[in-house]
Design a protein around this ligand. Structure first.
Ligand code: GTQ
Length: 350
């Protein structure tokens, strides 16, 4: 409230401080802001700029020793906190041919979004899936998972986890599996056939809050987006925007992280949009620009292309443009905010 409270108040604050109390009126506006004021900053990580450092990590430490050899993408406004937004984590994980990232499980949920390379696998609760660029792969909370690379190329994927959320709730548990690689219980493709073909086993009762599909292959997503784009009528703010769905309940694919794809047709000039979920974007195809307007009017423009990652903080206006057909993958904490009745969005003039 006051830069320098009067002496009698300061003396009073010092006295009540001894009893672990502090006056609300000095902090009320910060505690209950008129609107969100994210400490996070908009930022773009160009893959070409960071790729050498990612590959260099492969000569400094093995995947097994590191457990997960990942470079964390730290928001420049939140350094030292392992966060890309206030509630979410992002990292780029490298796995070299022949390497294994040993099996473990944790209550944090993870998504993998394949950036470079093809043919490495992740195994989740007894089933392996081969990962290809643009695939969206889920490791649900408390499921055993190990990663391996039987291909001949290095493989890099983006890890998106709800680490800051779970840490906020102080609900994190983790344990290692007894061996590096878990045994397989089902053939590859089982989950996609069982749950991802517009069918569900008769009488299916969900065992978890996460989608039973754990790899949403890009080939299928791309085909749907392409058809919808050709049909026309893109949303003026989002283009063709399609969320990943949990087929068992129609909700988001993950309980804590919302994921979707945006196809921006050639020449798309999106209208301004903002929402309370700080959002991470990864470009899959095409080139475009995103303008972000921070509070106070500071404009940041990102010129992105394939494999680049960028983040837009909560409640900052953003506007996408695409000079050619472009595809963006996105994730945020929207499912959590929706469940808590907090999520808001606003649309500028189209
Ligand atoms: O693959 O299990 O980037 O546990 C951070 C923590 C990846 C993983 C991360 C993890 C993982």
């Amino acid at each position: 409230m006051h830069e320098n409270p009067p002496a009698d108040r300061q003396a009073y604050y010092a006295r009540i401080d001894q009893a672990h109390m502090t006056p609300l009126w000095e902090v009320l506006h910060a505690l209950v802001p008129r609107e969100p004021k994210s400490a996070a900053l908009p930022h773009l990580w160009r893959y070409a700029d960071i790729r050498p450092a990612i590959l260099e990590s492969g000569s400094l430490i093995g995947a097994k020793e590191a457990v997960r050899r990942v470079l964390i993408l730290e928001n420049p406004g939140l350094r030292g906190q392992s966060k890309i937004t206030n509630s979410l984590y992002a990292g780029l994980q490298l796995i070299l041919p022949g390497e294994v990232a040993p099996a473990h499980r944790h209550t944090q949920s993870a998504l993998r979004f394949v950036i470079e390379g093809s043919g490495a696998f992740t195994a989740v609760d007894g089933e392996r899936t081969t990962m290809r660029p643009g695939d969206f792969v889920i490791t649900p909370s408390w499921t055993w998972h190990d990663h391996g690379n039987d291909s001949t190329e290095p493989m890099v994927w983006m890890d998106g986890l709800d680490i800051p959320l779970v840490s906020f709730f102080e609900a994190g548990f983790a344990e290692n599996y007894e061996s590096d690689v878990q045994p397989l219980a089902r053939p590859e493709g089982d989950a996609l056939a069982r749950y991802g073909a517009g069918l569900l086993p008769l009488g299916h009762a969900p065992q978890s809050r996460t989608s039973p599909i754990f790899n949403y292959p890009y080939a299928r997503t791309r085909e749907a987006l392409e058809k919808l784009a050709r049909a026309g009528d893109p949303d003026p703010w989002h283009g063709i925007a399609m969320r990943y769905v949990n087929p068992a309940d129609g909700g988001w694919a993950m309980p804590t992280i919302g994921t979707w794809m945006q196809f921006l047709p050639k020449g798309f000039a999106g209208a301004p949009y903002r929402a309370t979920d700080g959002t991470v974007f990864s470009c899959v195809e095409g080139h475009g620009k995103t303008h972000v307007f921070a509070p106070g009017g500071k404009l940041t423009t990102f010129e992105w292309g394939p494999r680049d990652t960028f983040v837009v903080p909560s409640w900052q206006w953003r506007r996408h443009e695409a000079a050619e057909d472009a595809v963006l993958f996105a994730y945020s904490d929207r499912p959590v905010q929706e469940k808590l009745g907090l999520w808001r969005e606003a649309r500028g003039n189209a």
